[in-house]
Design a protein around this ligand. Sequence first.
Ligand SMILES: N=c1c2ncn([C@@H]3O[C@H](COP(=O)(O)OP(=O)(O)OP(=O)(O)O)[C@@H](O)[C@H]3O)c2ncn1[C@@H]1O[C@H](COP(=O)(O)O)[C@@H](O)[C@H]1O
Length: 123
Amino acid sequence: MPPASATASVAPSGDDVLAHLGEIVARRRAEGDPDKSYVAKLFAKGLDQILKKVGEEATEVVIAAKDGDPQKLVYEVADLWFHSIVALAALDVRPERVLAELARREGLSGLEEFARRGTKEGA
Ligand SMILES: N=c1c2ncn([C@@H]3O[C@H](COP(=O)(O)OP(=O)(O)OP(=O)(O)O)[C@@H](O)[C@H]3O)c2ncn1[C@@H]1O[C@H](COP(=O)(O)O)[C@@H](O)[C@H]1O
């Protein structure tokens, strides 16, 4: 039998949090009850309502940053990430793909990437 520490339910951390949340959201989309689940309720309202929430949460992020309140900013960015994950799921996209895209960009300066774009456009 494995040690208790190997079988105990461990709260996910880091990248795992997003992957786990992506799984829960996909499950809610497939079989959630809108009367019992906020996520299922959002899916029942449709894509436009989901995108409206993403827009509202983005605005709340801007307000929190302008207020200079780090704790509020963290809270609002969490809301934005969560609603973005719901929007991704509406199009059958898992958050891991966004993480992979960020990983692909790692080490590539935004300035360098922008300069390459200019070269391509001019070619
Ligand atoms: N991470 C979240 C999460 N973050 C924010 N929210 C909800 O998002 C909602 C919108 O936030 P707002 O501040 O805009 O609330 P509001 O203005 O009162 O809402 P509106 O009705 O006006 O849209 C709130 O009800 C929050 O509780 C979340 N709801 C769920 N999750 C995760 O999703 C999982 C599944 O949730 P359920 O589908 O509800 O079981 C949960 O276990 C969590 O892990």
